[in-house]
Ligand binder design. Structure first.
Ligand code: PGA
Length: 252
């Protein structure tokens, strides 16, 4: 039985103090929940977020990470830096990073490998565009993203990876995939992982849905057979909405 995971992706929202206040508001719900709860925050918020989450079940995640250990990479953050402040997860390959910051399947793979080597759980994002969906290449495209992201990763390590299926056309648009559409692709991702690593890894790996998940539609999505949680943007910024989603995962 896979434990559900609810991750809030703040994106470029919240100052350190605003983030700490938000965490204070979700702590009680998170501690009572049967799912894992993660907040993915801007780099600058991470130390305050870790402090605010101390003694609670909430884990803190970065939204990105560099794949090199150190060096002349102005503006970048390493796995070691994240670890030292108490970060235990990182998002990798979010579609916004792929679209605006030249993230490629190759860098997604390098970052995933580096995160695992540093005991940071990678939340690897994949997802098709609207035109890919309309042209019938969703499954080919997702299979390619998943296979390239997991290159050179052992079965043992792959079990720790979290994959977030986020159709680009559903992110921040208010257009959620239907429960069936989301589950169909999450099940397909599990099938792809099974082809790569076998049944055990496929059954252990957590696969999330992301894209306009909110307090209203979360229960339906989280009840699906292959959706093990959510990566939530907009709705994770409002404590009552995020708490409703956490409770939906507990009750799913
Ligand atoms: P959204 O974002 O929930 O605001 O659509 C999800 C994401 O991009 O992770």
């Amino acid at each position: 039985m896979r434990k559900k995971l609810i991750a809030g992706n703040w994106k470029m929202n919240n100052t350190p103090s605003q983030g700490a206040a938000l965490i204070a508001d979700i702590k009680e719900t998170a501690d009572k929940a049967s799912c894992d709860v993660v907040v993915c925050t801007p780099y600058i918020c991470l130390p305050a977020a870790v402090k605010a989450a101390e003694g609670s079940k909430i884990a803190v995640s970065a939204e990105n990470m560099h794949f090199e250990d150190k060096g002349a990479f102005t503006g970048e953050i390493s796995a070691e830096m994240l670890k030292e402040v108490g970060v235990t997860y990182t998002v990798i390959g979010h579609s916004e990073r792929r679209q605006y910051f030249a993230e490629t399947d190759e860098t997604v793979n390098l970052k995933t490998v580096k995160a695992l080597a540093n005991d940071i759980i990678p939340i690897v994002c994949v997802g098709e565009s609207l035109s890919q969906r309309e042209n019938g290449v969703t499954f080919d495209f997702i299979a390619m993203q998943v296979k390239l992201a997991l290159k050179n990763i052992s079965a043992q390590d792959a079990e720790k990876v979290v994959i977030a299926y986020e159709p680009i056309w559903a992110i921040g648009t208010g257009k959620t995939a239907t429960d069936e559409q989301a589950n169909e692709v999450c099940a397909f991702i599990r099938k792809t992982v099974k082809e790569l690593y076998g049944e055990n890894t496929a059954n252990t790996m957590r696969i999330l849905y992301g894209g306009s998940m909110n307090a209203k539609n979360a229960a339906g999505l989280l009840a699906q057979s292959d959706i093990d949680g959510g990566l939530i943007g907009g709705a994770s910024l409002k404590a009552p909405d995020f708490c409703t989603i956490i409770n939906a995962a507990t009750n799913a």
